[in-house]
Design a protein around this ligand. Structure first.
Ligand code: PHE
Length: 360
């Protein structure tokens, strides 16, 4: 800042004062204007302001000294000093405003964020398709008053077989190739164990489902895995009949496939149900005309089910003369494969993210 000595021009000393005031104040104005032009930031501006208008500032000083003049002179000088004061105040105000403005423009230029810029996204995971369908079915049954139960993967022979009417040495054990553990326990071969646990926990009437992983010593191929998923269902009440089973299966399947499905029951053997059925649905692809998916039959085998065997109810402390029930065991993997047209069950546990990410 070029230094003009205001002390000299606007001296509070009375002798100088008269001189100064009588002098054309426009000179002071011009000098002030020159100073102002050289101010480069807000700090310098503030200094200049204090220098002129502060308590000990030059203009303030001039006004204070007015008292020493004769009334006539005072009026004339006072008017002129006040004019100068307003001029200075206004000019300082404008300068201040323009600094704020400049600062704002600078910030806008340097601090902007391009919200349209495509930044690389953080990877977000998604649920496995089997989990997605499992949760969907849980919702469907929960809405109908079913309780969702869980159970351990490692089970006793009692829960996995005996309580389900499959005694030791019974040929039906051959239907499920079992992983036995050294301590005599086993990896559950089906979620029917959850039926047993449900009967232990609940008093009839009750409605439960139990989803989960199951394990079998299978030769692995496109449709067989050693670990796969089932969803068990069981309803026990007075006078439960096959019609109830058909009703709930139709609700389930039309919700899952999002359209009306036609079902049929064929006899099927499972030691824990009597009668036992294989439930088929009318092929969704060809509507029953016959295609490669239904192997030209028009029907696709979907899930095993049946009326709970009296021995099973008895093992669960339920009197079969008072209560009856149905049960079903839905193969989740197969259902997911049908729904999305997945041709190989091995994708499910492949840990291949390219597969999983298709189900976002
Ligand atoms: N637990 C049987 C299986 O895994 C399926 C099933 C469940 C059949 C309930 C009938 C009733 O093969």
């Amino acid at each position: 800042m070029e230094s003009v000595d205001f002390a000299e021009v606007l001296s509070p000393d009375p002798a100088h004062f008269e001189h100064a005031v009588k002098e054309d104040l426009s000179t002071i104005q011009a000098e002030f204007a020159a100073l102002l032009r050289n101010v480069s930031d807000e700090k310098e501006l503030a200094t200049l302001k204090v220098h002129l208008l502060g308590k000990k500032g030059r203009i303030t000083g001039l006004l204070k000294e007015l008292g020493q003049l004769s009334p006539d002179e005072r009026q004339a000088c006072g008017k002129r000093i006040n004019e100068l004061k307003s001029y200075v105040e206004e000019a300082l105000g404008e300068a201040e405003a323009s600094f704020v403005d400049r600062q704002m423009r600078e910030r806008l230029e340097t601090e902007w964020v391009d919200v349209s810029l495509n930044l690389s996204r953080r990877p977000v995971g998604n649920l496995h398709p089997v989990s997605q369908v499992q949760y969907e079915i849980e919702d469907i049954f929960s809405a109908m008053g079913f309780e969702v139960l869980d159970g351990p993967h490692v089970e006793t022979d009692e829960v996995n077989f005996e309580a389900l009417n499959i005694p030791k040495e019974h040929p039906a054990r051959d239907m499920q190739d079992t992983f036995y553990l050294e301590d005599g326990n086993l990896l559950r071969t089906h979620t029917s164990t959850i039926q047993v646990r449900g009967m232990q926990r609940l008093k009839p009437p009750f409605k439960i489902i139990g989803p989960g992983k199951v394990f079998r010593s299978e030769r692995i191929d496109a449709s067989h895995e050693v670990t796969f998923h089932q969803l068990e269902g069981m309803m026990v009440n007075r006078d439960i009949k096959v019609a109830h089973l058909i009703h709930f299966m139709k609700v389930l399947l039309s919700s899952i496939f999002r359209r009306e499905v036609e079902v049929r029951l064929r006899p099927g053997y499972f030691p824990f149900v009597e009668p036992g059925f294989e439930l088929d649905i009318r092929c969704l692809l060809c509507s029953g005309k016959g295609c490669s998916v239904c192997k030209q039959v028009g029907w696709v085998e979907l899930l095993p089910c049946g009326m709970v065997h009296p021995n099973v109810l008895r093992a669960g402390n339920i009197d079969p003369d008072k209560y009856s029930g149905f049960a079903f065991g839905l193969g989740l993997d197969r259902l997911v494969m049908m729904r999305y047209g997945i041709d190989d069950i091995r994708h499910f546990h492949s840990a291949d993210l390219r597969f999983i990410r298709q189900f976002r």
